[in-house]
Design a protein around this ligand. Structure first.
Ligand SMILES: [Zn+2]
Length: 148
């Protein structure tokens, strides 16, 4: 699915598509959940630890037993930064924008851009909720919105 950020025509103006995370055998459960409109992370089959990003073995007990645990999709901003320069042309129109580490209520963290958030009012501890965005030609992506 990853196209590395190609340039294409959209109407009269050129648009730049965002690079997509690679979908691998290891991350397939995450993407299958996203396709259903759910956020899911790996759950260790031996000790129950939830983990993200997907890993072959549990970092706590080394077990390779794993299942996919759906999450509620809510959490808070653990940390953030405001990008004043786009690292890729697909984000150029969004500058300045927020990139946050989100701590989900189940205790796992994810990193996501928050393109709808106001860089002047963003704060650690603000509540966020997942939503799913269908990107034309690229598939469905989980995104987070501030809900304070
Ligand atoms: Zn474990």
């Amino acid at each position: 699915m990853s196209d590395g950020g190609t340039t294409g025509k959209s109407g009269d103006s050129k648009t730049v598509t965002r690079p997509m995370p690679p979908r691998t055998e290891l991350s397939q459960g995450f993407w299958d959940a996203v396709a259903r409109g759910e956020l899911a992370v790996q759950r260790c089959g031996a000790c129950g630890l939830l983990r993200h990003y997907p890993q072959l073995r549990c970092p706590a007990c080394q077990s390779a037993e794993v299942s996919w645990q759906p999450l509620a999709g809510e959490g808070e901003i653990h940390s953030y930064t405001v990008a004043h320069r786009a690292f890729h042309p697909a984000w150029k129109e969004h500058v300045p924008y927020v990139i946050a580490t989100i701590e989900l209520d189940e205790g796992v963290r994810m990193v996501c851009d928050l393109l709808g958030a106001d860089p002047d009012t963003i704060a650690i501890g603000q509540r966020v909720r997942v939503r799913f965005e269908d990107l034309p030609g690229q598939g469905r992506m989980p995104r987070f919105d501030v809900v304070d």
